[in-house]
Design a protein around this ligand. Sequence first.
Ligand SMILES: [Zn+2]
Length: 510
Amino acid sequence: MEGPVGAFEIIDVDLAGRIAKLHLRNAKLETPAFFPVIDPMRQELGLDLIAEAGFEQVITNAYLAYKRYGPQPRGSIRELLGWRGIVMTDSGAYQILEYGDIGVTQDEILLYQKEILKPDIGVILDVPTGDVSRLEAEKTVNETIRRSQEALRVIDPTSDDVLWVLPIQGGRYLDLVEASARHAANSPYRMYGIGSPTVFLERYRYDTIIDMILAAKRALPPGRPVHLFGAGHPLIIPFAVALGVDTFDSASYIIYARDGRYITEYGVYRVEDLDYLPCECPVCSRYSPRELAEMPREDRTRLLALHNLHVISKTLKRVKQAIREGRLWELLEETARRHPAAYRALLKMRRAHSILETHTPRVKPRVRGLRLYGFESLWNPRLTRLRSRVLTHYLPERLKRLRPKRLILRPLPPSIEACKRGSSEDGYVVYYSPYLGLIPKELCGVYPTIHADYPHNYYQDRVLKVLVSEIRAVLAIARRIGVEAEILGEPDSLCWILSRTVGGARCGGG
Ligand SMILES: [Zn+2]
């Protein structure tokens, strides 16, 4: 189906992340997508190689294009770059951050984009916040808002062939980010960009970036595309996607390469510090770390840049596959194990559970079973939603309505069949299980009640503590409405722990 420029068709979702098709003037872009930054003044890696690494889209800078090709170039930006794919241009905001005032007015740079460069996506000339004082941050937010309104003199975000991005500023001042996003939501712009996280990315402050994304997303309309400027690290991409970021751009692949640095999914290395290359891309399957370290700088830069792009491409593919499978949370847990900064990001995601639960679909045809790795798996929104619903709504209502003679708590049997069969003697059966919590018998087999792959450390303290508190809560509900309760168990350590902590468990007495 053809849509107007800016139409955003969401195809699949998991957590708050989505796979979507973004309609642009030249093509439809599947998101999440990464835009490698192209420098019109100095591009060491050929665009043919960028395409070979799997990228159909690039981003370049309108101000640098103006300097390089002049005010009346011989064609559009695609023709100038010799690129058949999608092109995004930004206006030069980063140059302001780096070099101060750039001597081109916003009207000039916007008209240059709209009428000469004709990119698929364009960005207005915002003022990036960076890591500054609150007063300075407020100024950048207000000035960006003022410019976004002034820009409407020369562009029309509702009907231009360029999809115009409105950047959201505020840096680490989250109320400013939210206010900036609220303004964006009420503007005619149809795509938003979260600005200037680069300073925080460089310091591995992923938790700050998650806060910034959350603050922006709270105020933005959920059905519109969101860009994250300057983010190109495999450790942050899965978290940003999980929060609903759709597109990214970064020059880190080439900046690192110039400096002899090699991106992996768990951190960045100097190539001379590596004995092996943990990658199978065309570069790593052909060269050794030593050959790379010793070759002429120009060749090394090109090859490392190509490898770095392959790693980013692979990360995005894994993220998209995880959305398809409904395993994005599992991927975040896995990513969290790769670097302490990513682990802090996971801790931060835990506090976002309400936004994640709201967006996570209840049913997904391709979902097999939950994979549980450790107590962090308890924060999987699929589980938190199940556990809180069962405990706060489902069980109290059922018990009040049925008024059974007895409430029987039993360990969850290993198969769905045994779970459904259960013994219901003369009571209402609720199964208990570390991780899954309490499962009323009639919910057996309902996703995700029994599809789970358990970790070896099944009886981790923190996991059991949560189970014990839930069992206590259901016993209290039963007591309140005068229903007698009984805990049965296998003669194992779980039952033993329950009999010591909750009291009255009959181990092996089922
Ligand atoms: Zn490689």
